[in-house]
Design a protein. Structure first.
Length: 162
């Protein structure tokens, strides 16, 4: 991992890694050693996440930016976003799933659901208005979709999460 990301091992693991005598005869409690190991694993995970983000193509980065800025647009679909990033729809869908790990439709749906849940928890905005804010022109369909994805209606979610 350190070689792949061009980071010297001592920057991740610390210079102590190379002092084998101190590791063999350490007087540190096991808990401290485990904490150090957990910290090292966290650093490795962060580096991996960063390198994955760097491997995302410019077209998909732009598509994600469009999705985040326009998730409330009911017309936000594959055709719309693929056109904005100048890619064929089929190729765009394959590339999006390959680079992000989930399909375009699932990504948009997940983002809209997160925003809807946030608005239901943190505001008293009418559910009809929330449905519009997250890209649904039909509040009835929004309610059905929300229940399919959470197991409860928007009003039940608001009631139990507040």
């Amino acid at each position: 991992m350190t070689i792949k990301n061009g980071i010297p091992a001592h920057e991740i693991f610390g210079k102590e890694l190379y002092n084998l005598n101190s590791l063999q005869y350490t007087s540190q409690p096991v808990e401290n050693i485990l904490d150090s190991l957990i910290d090292t694993i966290r650093v490795c995970i962060d580096i991996t996440k960063d390198s994955i983000k760097e491997n995302i193509s410019l077209s998909i980065k732009k598509a994600i930016e469009i999705i985040k800025n326009e998730f409330s647009n009911p017309q936000l679909g594959v055709e719309y976003v693929a056109g904005k990033v100048h890619l064929n729809e089929n190729y765009f869908c394959r590339l999006f799933k390959k680079e992000i790990g989930i399909s375009f439709v699932d990504y948009v749906s997940k983002l809209r659901l997160e925003k809807a849940q946030e608005l239901l928890k943190e505001s008293t905005i009418k559910i009809k208005d929330i449905s519009e804010r997250v890209g649904f022109s039909n509040p009835h369909y929004f309610g059905i979709w929300f229940k399919e994805n959470t197991g409860v209606t928007p009003s039940q979610y608001r009631k139990y999460k507040n």
